[in-house]
Design a binder for this molecule. Structure first.
Ligand code: CP
Ligand code: NVA
Length: 303
């Protein structure tokens, strides 16, 4: 049987997400009531980080422990990956010693090559082009607060980055609409969006993208790996801050999300991220719960 990987948001169907959302609710409830739940006893997760992380490492590592398994952390600095061992060879070796692998790396093609040579499921913990675990947590958080996301409007204000490309896939899977506003020169690369994706509209003016939105979301202006563009980006993104004026264009009960880490005063004003519409802490916490459901599903299948 083909191994199931989670390399991009579109790798799961709506039916699979519906299952995972139900599992997430159950697993979260067990966690909240201190009920031990160890379906992954004696199983091992290997986590490979080629970029920094707080939330992704913590949520996968804590999550695997809470499910009864073990998690091993590797990074480029002190593994042979940093000394040029081919990704294909690393995948062969690692996947003979564990049950599931999570990778945070640069190009999407790296994780695809890794998965093609892995005997166990591979999960994308962020690439330059995708961040599916985060967007799954965001969709779950929206549903927790407001119910179904189908037919709703999500405003994306900022860079065309990994988060946006995963949101674009989520819009197709869950049937909602994305209003996208990116500065000139930082717009959507059509190569990263499916040709028949009719679930988004591009706006020149970021405030117009927020009009009538049920959820407004943004991200850092400079993603990991693009630091040398920081000065140019600060200039180009002038006016793209999500502030209360933009939130006022959204629906009165609109939520605000940010995958974090955030820069107050750059992509988001403190009054918004620390204000009543912001659900960023629930969003961050839900990384733990959705990923536990994901680990359970990828290792054991439907339980
Ligand atoms: N949102 C997110 O993935 O955070 P980290 O970079 O801290 O893992
Ligand atoms: N777009 C950001 C997300 C960080 C979690 C980055 O890639 O750096």
């Amino acid at each position: 049987m083909a191994i199931k990987h989670y390399l991009q948001f579109a790798d799961f169907s709506l039916e699979e997400y519906a299952y995972l959302i139900e599992r997430t609710k159950i697993i979260k409830q067990k966690f909240k009531s201190y009920e031990p739940y160890h379906p992954l006893l004696d199983r091992t997760l290997v986590m490979v980080f080629e970029k920094n992380s707080t939330r992704t490492r913590l949520s996968f590592e804590a999550g695997m422990h809470q499910l009864g398994g073990a998690a091993i952390y590797l990074n480029t600095r002190d593994s042979q990956l940093g000394r040029g061992e081919p990704v294909e060879d690393a995948a062969q070796v690692m996947s003979r010693m564990c049950d599931i692998i999570m990778i945070r790396t640069f190009g999407q093609e790296i994780i695809e090559r890794f998965a093609a040579n892995s005997r166990v499921p591979v999960v994308n913990g962020l690439t330059n082009e995708q961040h599916p675990c985060q967007v799954f947590a965001d969709v779950f958080t929206y549903i927790e607060h407001r119910g179904s996301i189908a037919g709703k409007c999500v405003a994306w204000v900022g860079d065309a980055n990994n988060m946006l490309y995963s949101w674009l896939q989520a819009a197709e899977v869950f049937g909602f609409h994305l209003n996208v506003s990116t500065p000139v020169g930082y717009d959507i690369n059509p190569a990263f969006v499916s040709q028949n994706n009719l679930r988004y509209t591009v706006f020149k003016n970021p405030a117009d993208a927020c009009a009538g939105a049920d959820l407004v979301t943004t991200d850092v202006w400079t993603s990991m790996g693009y630091e040398q563009e920081n000065v140019a980006r600060l200039k180009a993104f002038d006016g793209w801050i999500v502030d209360s004026a933009k939130m006022q264009r959204a629906n009165p009960d609109a939520l605000f999300m940010h995958c974090l880490p955030a820069h107050r005063g750059e992509e988001v004003a403190a009054e918004v991220i620390d204000g009543p519409q912001s659900v960023v802490w629930d969003e961050a916490e839900n990384r733990l719960h959705v990923q536990k459901a994901l680990l359970e599903y990828l290792v054991l299948g439907k339980v």
